[in-house]
Ligand binder design. Structure first.
Ligand code: LRH
Ligand code: MN
Length: 387
Protein backbone atom coordinates (compact mmCIF):
# COMPACT_ATOMS: atom_id res chain seq x y z
CA UNK A 1 0.00 0.00 0.00
CA UNK A 2 1.41 3.44 -0.94
CA UNK A 3 1.67 5.84 2.03
CA UNK A 4 0.45 9.45 2.20
CA UNK A 5 4.05 10.55 2.74
CA UNK A 6 5.01 9.05 -0.61
CA UNK A 7 2.36 11.04 -2.50
CA UNK A 8 2.23 14.33 -0.55
CA UNK A 9 4.80 15.98 -2.82
CA UNK A 10 2.54 15.29 -5.80
CA UNK A 11 -0.21 17.34 -4.18
CA UNK A 12 2.00 20.41 -4.17
CA UNK A 13 0.89 22.90 -6.79
CA UNK A 14 -2.49 21.27 -7.44
CA UNK A 15 -4.56 24.02 -9.05
CA UNK A 16 -8.35 23.99 -9.43
CA UNK A 17 -9.78 26.97 -11.28
CA UNK A 18 -13.00 28.35 -9.84
CA UNK A 19 -15.84 29.88 -11.92
CA UNK A 20 -16.82 33.51 -11.31
CA UNK A 21 -20.47 32.58 -11.80
CA UNK A 22 -20.49 30.21 -8.82
CA UNK A 23 -20.30 33.27 -6.54
CA UNK A 24 -23.33 34.88 -8.14
CA UNK A 25 -26.95 33.79 -7.91
CA UNK A 26 -28.02 30.83 -10.00
CA UNK A 27 -30.97 28.52 -9.85
CA UNK A 28 -33.40 26.65 -11.98
CA UNK A 29 -36.31 27.65 -14.22
CA UNK A 30 -38.43 27.45 -11.12
CA UNK A 31 -36.54 29.92 -8.96
CA UNK A 32 -33.26 31.79 -8.60
CA UNK A 33 -32.80 32.46 -4.87
CA UNK A 34 -30.91 35.57 -3.83
CA UNK A 35 -28.64 35.42 -0.78
CA UNK A 36 -27.04 37.96 1.54
CA UNK A 37 -23.46 38.87 0.63
CA UNK A 38 -23.76 37.83 -3.01
CA UNK A 39 -21.39 39.85 -5.24
CA UNK A 40 -22.78 42.65 -7.37
CA UNK A 41 -19.67 43.09 -9.51
CA UNK A 42 -16.97 40.95 -11.13
CA UNK A 43 -14.50 42.50 -8.70
CA UNK A 44 -16.54 41.18 -5.76
CA UNK A 45 -16.70 37.74 -7.42
CA UNK A 46 -12.91 37.78 -7.79
CA UNK A 47 -12.51 38.87 -4.16
CA UNK A 48 -14.58 35.86 -3.06
CA UNK A 49 -12.61 33.52 -5.32
CA UNK A 50 -9.38 34.91 -3.86
CA UNK A 51 -10.77 34.14 -0.41
CA UNK A 52 -11.22 30.49 -1.40
CA UNK A 53 -7.57 30.42 -2.50
CA UNK A 54 -6.43 32.12 0.70
CA UNK A 55 -7.99 29.40 2.87
CA UNK A 56 -7.13 26.39 0.67
CA UNK A 57 -4.06 27.27 -1.42
CA UNK A 58 -5.84 25.31 -4.19
CA UNK A 59 -7.62 27.87 -6.38
CA UNK A 60 -5.05 30.26 -7.93
CA UNK A 61 -7.21 31.28 -10.90
CA UNK A 62 -10.75 32.39 -11.72
CA UNK A 63 -12.63 31.61 -14.92
CA UNK A 64 -14.67 34.43 -16.44
CA UNK A 65 -17.84 34.30 -18.50
CA UNK A 66 -18.47 36.95 -21.19
CA UNK A 67 -20.62 39.06 -21.12
CA UNK A 68 -21.52 38.25 -17.46
CA UNK A 69 -18.03 39.48 -16.38
CA UNK A 70 -17.60 42.20 -19.01
CA UNK A 71 -15.58 45.31 -17.97
CA UNK A 72 -14.15 48.30 -19.86
CA UNK A 73 -10.54 47.51 -18.93
CA UNK A 74 -9.54 43.82 -18.60
CA UNK A 75 -5.93 44.82 -18.05
CA UNK A 76 -7.01 46.72 -14.95
CA UNK A 77 -9.14 43.76 -13.84
CA UNK A 78 -6.11 41.49 -14.27
CA UNK A 79 -4.08 43.72 -11.96
CA UNK A 80 -6.97 43.80 -9.47
CA UNK A 81 -7.04 39.98 -9.40
CA UNK A 82 -3.27 39.60 -9.17
CA UNK A 83 -3.17 42.07 -6.27
CA UNK A 84 -5.55 39.68 -4.51
CA UNK A 85 -3.26 36.72 -5.28
CA UNK A 86 -5.18 35.09 -8.12
CA UNK A 87 -4.95 34.95 -11.94
CA UNK A 88 -7.72 35.40 -14.49
CA UNK A 89 -8.19 32.04 -16.19
CA UNK A 90 -10.41 30.46 -18.80
CA UNK A 91 -12.54 32.85 -20.83
CA UNK A 92 -15.99 31.35 -21.48
CA UNK A 93 -17.89 32.69 -24.47
CA UNK A 94 -21.68 32.86 -24.39
CA UNK A 95 -23.84 32.38 -27.46
CA UNK A 96 -26.82 30.95 -25.56
CA UNK A 97 -28.65 34.01 -24.22
CA UNK A 98 -29.24 36.21 -27.27
CA UNK A 99 -32.56 36.09 -29.18
CA UNK A 100 -30.63 35.76 -32.44
CA UNK A 101 -29.35 32.36 -31.29
CA UNK A 102 -32.78 30.73 -30.86
CA UNK A 103 -32.10 28.30 -33.71
CA UNK A 104 -28.34 28.14 -33.26
CA UNK A 105 -25.20 30.22 -33.19
CA UNK A 106 -21.99 28.86 -34.79
CA UNK A 107 -24.20 26.25 -36.54
CA UNK A 108 -26.97 28.64 -37.64
CA UNK A 109 -28.06 28.44 -41.30
CA UNK A 110 -28.00 32.25 -41.56
CA UNK A 111 -24.43 33.46 -42.26
CA UNK A 112 -25.25 36.77 -40.54
CA UNK A 113 -26.04 34.99 -37.27
CA UNK A 114 -22.97 32.76 -37.58
CA UNK A 115 -20.83 35.83 -38.18
CA UNK A 116 -22.26 37.46 -35.05
CA UNK A 117 -21.41 34.38 -32.96
CA UNK A 118 -17.93 34.17 -34.47
CA UNK A 119 -17.32 37.87 -33.76
CA UNK A 120 -18.29 37.30 -30.10
CA UNK A 121 -15.75 34.51 -29.78
CA UNK A 122 -13.08 36.61 -31.52
CA UNK A 123 -13.81 39.38 -29.00
CA UNK A 124 -13.29 36.80 -26.23
CA UNK A 125 -9.83 36.04 -27.66
CA UNK A 126 -9.12 39.79 -27.50
CA UNK A 127 -10.03 39.59 -23.80
CA UNK A 128 -7.62 36.67 -23.40
CA UNK A 129 -4.83 38.80 -24.85
CA UNK A 130 -5.46 41.33 -22.05
CA UNK A 131 -6.02 38.89 -19.19
CA UNK A 132 -3.17 36.58 -20.18
CA UNK A 133 -5.61 33.65 -20.29
CA UNK A 134 -4.68 30.48 -22.20
CA UNK A 135 -8.10 28.94 -22.81
CA UNK A 136 -11.17 30.03 -24.74
CA UNK A 137 -13.94 27.66 -23.66
CA UNK A 138 -16.82 27.23 -26.05
CA UNK A 139 -20.00 25.50 -24.90
CA UNK A 140 -22.87 25.66 -27.39
CA UNK A 141 -26.56 25.37 -26.56
CA UNK A 142 -27.00 24.78 -30.31
CA UNK A 143 -29.38 21.96 -31.25
CA UNK A 144 -32.97 21.23 -32.26
CA UNK A 145 -36.15 20.14 -30.49
CA UNK A 146 -37.89 18.14 -33.21
CA UNK A 147 -36.76 15.68 -35.92
CA UNK A 148 -36.51 17.43 -39.28
CA UNK A 149 -36.17 20.88 -37.70
CA UNK A 150 -32.76 21.27 -39.39
CA UNK A 151 -30.12 19.30 -41.35
CA UNK A 152 -27.88 17.63 -38.76
CA UNK A 153 -24.95 17.22 -41.22
CA UNK A 154 -25.18 20.76 -42.55
CA UNK A 155 -24.97 22.07 -38.99
CA UNK A 156 -21.76 20.05 -38.35
CA UNK A 157 -20.17 21.46 -41.51
CA UNK A 158 -21.14 25.01 -40.55
CA UNK A 159 -19.84 24.41 -37.02
CA UNK A 160 -16.43 23.32 -38.35
CA UNK A 161 -16.24 26.37 -40.64
CA UNK A 162 -17.11 28.72 -37.76
CA UNK A 163 -14.66 27.06 -35.35
CA UNK A 164 -11.95 27.24 -38.00
CA UNK A 165 -12.29 31.04 -38.16
CA UNK A 166 -12.02 31.30 -34.36
CA UNK A 167 -9.15 28.79 -34.20
CA UNK A 168 -7.11 30.72 -36.74
CA UNK A 169 -7.29 33.81 -34.50
CA UNK A 170 -5.69 32.05 -31.52
CA UNK A 171 -2.23 33.09 -30.37
CA UNK A 172 0.64 30.60 -30.16
CA UNK A 173 0.01 29.75 -26.49
CA UNK A 174 -3.76 29.91 -26.60
CA UNK A 175 -6.21 27.01 -26.90
CA UNK A 176 -9.80 26.50 -28.00
CA UNK A 177 -11.55 24.16 -25.55
CA UNK A 178 -14.79 22.66 -26.91
CA UNK A 179 -17.25 21.47 -24.26
CA UNK A 180 -19.87 18.83 -25.05
CA UNK A 181 -23.26 18.16 -23.41
CA UNK A 182 -25.76 15.46 -24.35
CA UNK A 183 -28.91 17.60 -24.01
CA UNK A 184 -30.46 20.88 -22.63
CA UNK A 185 -31.50 23.38 -23.59
CA UNK A 186 -32.08 21.45 -26.83
CA UNK A 187 -34.23 18.38 -26.37
CA UNK A 188 -33.99 16.43 -29.68
CA UNK A 189 -30.34 16.82 -30.75
CA UNK A 190 -27.39 18.88 -29.54
CA UNK A 191 -24.68 19.78 -32.06
CA UNK A 192 -21.81 18.94 -29.67
CA UNK A 193 -23.48 16.16 -27.63
CA UNK A 194 -20.62 13.85 -26.78
CA UNK A 195 -16.86 13.43 -26.53
CA UNK A 196 -16.68 11.89 -29.99
CA UNK A 197 -18.21 14.91 -31.70
CA UNK A 198 -16.07 17.35 -29.75
CA UNK A 199 -13.00 15.21 -30.57
CA UNK A 200 -13.84 15.07 -34.29
CA UNK A 201 -14.38 18.82 -34.50
CA UNK A 202 -11.18 19.54 -32.49
CA UNK A 203 -8.99 17.06 -34.38
CA UNK A 204 -9.99 18.69 -37.67
CA UNK A 205 -8.89 22.10 -36.30
CA UNK A 206 -5.43 21.26 -34.94
CA UNK A 207 -3.27 20.87 -31.82
CA UNK A 208 -4.61 23.99 -30.09
CA UNK A 209 -8.15 22.59 -30.05
CA UNK A 210 -8.96 20.24 -27.16
CA UNK A 211 -12.00 18.73 -25.46
CA UNK A 212 -13.63 19.93 -22.22
CA UNK A 213 -15.29 17.20 -20.16
CA UNK A 214 -18.03 18.52 -17.86
CA UNK A 215 -18.85 15.72 -15.43
CA UNK A 216 -22.55 16.66 -15.51
CA UNK A 217 -22.95 16.39 -19.27
CA UNK A 218 -23.32 12.63 -19.84
CA UNK A 219 -26.25 10.31 -20.12
CA UNK A 220 -26.97 8.43 -16.86
CA UNK A 221 -24.86 5.28 -16.63
CA UNK A 222 -22.02 6.64 -18.76
CA UNK A 223 -18.58 5.36 -17.71
CA UNK A 224 -16.95 8.80 -17.63
CA UNK A 225 -13.51 7.51 -16.58
CA UNK A 226 -13.41 5.44 -19.78
CA UNK A 227 -13.88 8.66 -21.79
CA UNK A 228 -11.13 10.29 -19.70
CA UNK A 229 -8.80 7.38 -20.53
CA UNK A 230 -9.56 7.56 -24.23
CA UNK A 231 -9.21 11.35 -24.56
CA UNK A 232 -5.91 11.25 -22.65
CA UNK A 233 -4.77 8.39 -24.90
CA UNK A 234 -5.61 10.63 -27.89
CA UNK A 235 -3.89 13.64 -26.28
CA UNK A 236 -7.10 15.67 -26.57
CA UNK A 237 -8.38 16.04 -23.00
CA UNK A 238 -7.90 19.74 -22.35
CA UNK A 239 -9.95 20.47 -19.26
CA UNK A 240 -12.55 19.35 -16.77
CA UNK A 241 -15.65 21.20 -15.62
CA UNK A 242 -16.06 19.45 -12.29
CA UNK A 243 -19.38 19.18 -10.50
CA UNK A 244 -21.68 16.33 -9.52
CA UNK A 245 -25.23 15.25 -10.16
CA UNK A 246 -27.90 12.73 -9.21
CA UNK A 247 -30.00 13.13 -12.38
CA UNK A 248 -29.06 15.64 -15.13
CA UNK A 249 -26.83 18.73 -15.31
CA UNK A 250 -27.46 19.42 -11.61
CA UNK A 251 -24.15 21.35 -11.18
CA UNK A 252 -23.89 20.26 -7.55
CA UNK A 253 -20.64 20.30 -5.57
CA UNK A 254 -18.07 17.99 -7.10
CA UNK A 255 -17.77 14.77 -5.12
CA UNK A 256 -21.06 15.42 -3.30
CA UNK A 257 -23.32 13.12 -5.33
CA UNK A 258 -20.80 10.41 -6.26
CA UNK A 259 -17.36 10.62 -4.58
CA UNK A 260 -16.45 7.14 -5.86
CA UNK A 261 -17.00 8.29 -9.47
CA UNK A 262 -14.77 11.31 -8.86
CA UNK A 263 -12.12 8.95 -7.44
CA UNK A 264 -12.36 6.63 -10.48
CA UNK A 265 -12.05 9.61 -12.84
CA UNK A 266 -8.94 10.85 -11.03
CA UNK A 267 -7.40 7.37 -11.07
CA UNK A 268 -7.59 7.49 -14.88
CA UNK A 269 -6.28 11.08 -14.94
CA UNK A 270 -3.22 10.01 -12.91
CA UNK A 271 -2.77 6.77 -14.91
CA UNK A 272 -3.03 8.66 -18.21
CA UNK A 273 -0.45 11.32 -17.29
CA UNK A 274 -3.12 14.02 -17.07
CA UNK A 275 -2.39 15.03 -13.47
CA UNK A 276 1.28 15.99 -13.16
CA UNK A 277 2.59 14.75 -16.50
CA UNK A 278 4.06 17.01 -19.21
CA UNK A 279 0.71 18.48 -20.29
CA UNK A 280 -1.63 18.32 -17.27
CA UNK A 281 -5.36 18.59 -17.83
CA UNK A 282 -6.82 21.89 -16.60
CA UNK A 283 -9.06 21.35 -13.56
CA UNK A 284 -11.97 23.75 -13.26
CA UNK A 285 -15.14 23.76 -11.20
CA UNK A 286 -18.42 24.52 -12.97
CA UNK A 287 -21.06 24.64 -10.28
CA UNK A 288 -24.09 26.50 -9.01
CA UNK A 289 -24.74 26.97 -5.30
CA UNK A 290 -28.49 27.46 -5.59
CA UNK A 291 -29.32 27.10 -1.87
CA UNK A 292 -26.05 26.65 0.07
CA UNK A 293 -23.59 29.45 0.90
CA UNK A 294 -21.35 29.94 -2.11
CA UNK A 295 -17.86 30.51 -0.67
CA UNK A 296 -18.05 27.59 1.81
CA UNK A 297 -19.49 25.53 -1.07
CA UNK A 298 -16.49 26.39 -3.23
CA UNK A 299 -14.06 25.66 -0.39
CA UNK A 300 -15.63 22.24 0.18
CA UNK A 301 -15.55 21.55 -3.57
CA UNK A 302 -11.84 22.20 -4.12
CA UNK A 303 -11.10 20.15 -0.97
CA UNK A 304 -13.19 17.27 -2.37
CA UNK A 305 -11.07 17.26 -5.54
CA UNK A 306 -7.86 17.41 -3.49
CA UNK A 307 -9.03 14.57 -1.25
CA UNK A 308 -9.99 12.26 -4.12
CA UNK A 309 -6.75 13.16 -5.91
CA UNK A 310 -4.82 12.06 -2.83
CA UNK A 311 -6.74 8.76 -2.72
CA UNK A 312 -6.15 8.22 -6.44
CA UNK A 313 -2.41 8.80 -5.94
CA UNK A 314 -2.46 6.14 -3.21
CA UNK A 315 -3.34 3.36 -5.67
CA UNK A 316 -0.51 0.82 -5.47
CA UNK A 317 0.12 0.72 -9.20
CA UNK A 318 2.77 -2.03 -8.99
CA UNK A 319 0.47 -4.40 -7.07
CA UNK A 320 -2.33 -3.48 -9.46
CA UNK A 321 -0.24 -4.28 -12.53
CA UNK A 322 0.69 -7.67 -11.07
CA UNK A 323 -2.91 -8.58 -10.22
CA UNK A 324 -4.12 -7.42 -13.64
CA UNK A 325 -1.41 -9.40 -15.41
CA UNK A 326 -2.38 -12.49 -13.41
CA UNK A 327 -6.07 -11.94 -14.17
CA UNK A 328 -6.67 -11.89 -10.42
CA UNK A 329 -9.95 -9.97 -10.55
CA UNK A 330 -10.56 -9.70 -6.82
CA UNK A 331 -6.96 -8.76 -6.00
CA UNK A 332 -6.93 -6.05 -8.67
CA UNK A 333 -10.21 -4.60 -7.47
CA UNK A 334 -8.96 -4.78 -3.86
CA UNK A 335 -5.95 -2.61 -4.70
CA UNK A 336 -8.18 0.15 -6.07
CA UNK A 337 -10.76 -0.13 -3.28
CA UNK A 338 -8.07 -0.02 -0.58
CA UNK A 339 -6.96 3.36 -1.91
CA UNK A 340 -10.53 4.62 -2.11
CA UNK A 341 -11.30 3.52 1.43
CA UNK A 342 -8.15 5.15 2.85
CA UNK A 343 -9.29 8.14 4.89
CA UNK A 344 -6.68 10.75 3.91
CA UNK A 345 -8.42 13.63 5.67
CA UNK A 346 -6.28 13.65 8.87
CA UNK A 347 -3.06 13.46 6.79
CA UNK A 348 -4.30 16.23 4.49
CA UNK A 349 -5.15 18.46 7.45
CA UNK A 350 -1.67 17.98 8.93
CA UNK A 351 -0.10 18.51 5.50
CA UNK A 352 -1.99 21.80 5.06
CA UNK A 353 -0.84 23.02 8.46
CA UNK A 354 2.73 22.07 7.59
CA UNK A 355 2.38 24.50 4.68
CA UNK A 356 0.93 27.34 6.76
CA UNK A 357 -2.64 26.70 5.68
CA UNK A 358 -5.56 25.94 8.00
CA UNK A 359 -5.95 22.22 8.60
CA UNK A 360 -9.74 22.66 8.29
CA UNK A 361 -10.29 25.48 5.76
CA UNK A 362 -14.09 25.40 6.11
CA UNK A 363 -13.88 25.95 9.87
CA UNK A 364 -11.21 28.62 9.41
CA UNK A 365 -13.38 30.46 6.89
CA UNK A 366 -16.41 30.28 9.20
CA UNK A 367 -14.32 31.74 12.02
CA UNK A 368 -12.78 34.47 9.81
CA UNK A 369 -15.79 36.81 9.82
CA UNK A 370 -15.48 37.30 6.05
CA UNK A 371 -19.02 35.99 5.44
CA UNK A 372 -20.52 38.34 8.01
CA UNK A 373 -18.47 41.22 6.59
CA UNK A 374 -19.69 40.79 3.00
CA UNK A 375 -23.28 40.25 4.14
CA UNK A 376 -23.05 43.57 5.99
CA UNK A 377 -21.23 45.53 3.28
CA UNK A 378 -22.93 44.26 0.12
CA UNK A 379 -26.27 45.98 0.51
CA UNK A 380 -28.04 47.53 -2.44
CA UNK A 381 -27.14 47.21 -6.08
CA UNK A 382 -28.08 44.16 -8.14
CA UNK A 383 -26.76 40.79 -7.08
CA UNK A 384 -24.83 39.08 -9.88
CA UNK A 385 -26.45 36.19 -11.75
CA UNK A 386 -26.56 34.63 -15.20
CA UNK A 387 -27.10 37.97 -16.89
C1 LRH B 1 -23.31 24.52 -19.73
C2 LRH B 1 -22.12 24.83 -18.86
C3 LRH B 1 -21.01 25.57 -19.56
C4 LRH B 1 -21.09 26.97 -19.07
C5 LRH B 1 -22.30 27.04 -18.28
C6 LRH B 1 -22.18 27.97 -17.14
O1 LRH B 1 -24.21 23.69 -19.04
O2 LRH B 1 -21.67 23.67 -18.26
O3 LRH B 1 -19.77 25.14 -19.12
O4 LRH B 1 -20.87 27.92 -19.97
O5 LRH B 1 -22.55 25.73 -17.85
MN1 MN C 1 -19.58 23.31 -17.94
Amino acid sequence: MTSFGEIAARLEGQAIEVPSWAYGNSGTRFKVFGSAGTPRTVQEKIADAATVHRFTGLAPSVALHIPWDDVDDFGKLRTYAEDLGVRLGTINSNTFQDDDYKLGSLTHSDPRIRRKAIEHNLACVDVMDETGSRDLKIWLADGTNYPGQDDLRGRQDRLQESLRTIYDRLGADQRLVLEYKFFEPAFYHTDVPDWGTSYVQCAALGDKAVVCLDTGHHAPGTNIEFIVMQLLRLGKLGSFDFNSRFYADDDLMVGAADPFQLFRILVEVVRGGGYDGDDPVAFMLDQCHNIEKKIPGQIRSVLNVQEMTARALLVDTEALAVAQAEGDVLAANRVVMDAFYTDVRPDLAAWRESRGLPGDPEAAYAASGYQEQIEEERVGGTQAGWN
